[in-house]
Design a protein around this ligand. Structure first.
Ligand code: ZN
Ligand code: ZN
Length: 148
């Protein structure tokens, strides 16, 4: 079942406490923005959204909070080459991404075969697999149509 926002907020509170940090509503606002978004967002897009609920927030704060939340595993990022990163809330449901190099569209997918293949490969190398990210870069169907 999908978690509601109060559970993410609790998670953030616990985390901040365990780190001995002060609770800031800014981190919560950013988390909320990602919770409400169905898309993967750039830091600038997050900034624009979060400003609607917190007028005083600055872009640098957004960047700092994002890297904190990512390093603690509450959010994930997808790397976009030179353009930087897009973020999403870690909803605890693993998936991988296909990224269109023309329009930036992101397709999420999950394939059990790919997951178990990685386990097999890791075992072969006596490697204890903990997590992985897979990004496939290419051209989406819309952009292929425009090309031809
Ligand atoms: Zn495209
Ligand atoms: Zn995703």
């Amino acid at each position: 079942m999908a978690k509601d926002f109060s559970q993410y907020k609790e998670q953030l509170k616990e985390l901040v406490k365990s780190k001995g940090l002060k609770y800031s509503s800014q981190r919560e606002d950013i988390l909320k923005t990602l919770f409400n978004s169905k898309k993967h967002l750039t830091p600038e897009e997050i900034y624009t959204e979060v400003k609607k609920i917190n007028k005083n927030i600055g872009l640098a704060t957004v960047y700092r909070a994002l890297s904190f939340l990512e390093s603690e595993g509450l959010i994930n990022s997808i790397s976009f080459g030179v353009e930087g990163k897009k973020y999403e809330l870690n909803r605890g449901e693993h998936h991988d991404h296909m990224i269109c190099l023309k329009c930036g569209k992101i397709i999420e997918f999950f394939d059990e075969r790919l997951e178990s293949l990685q386990e097999i490969i890791a075992q072969k190398h006596d490697f204890k697999l903990i997590t992985h990210e897979l990004n496939m870069y290419g051209i989406c169907s819309n952009c292929q149509e425009e090309e031809s």
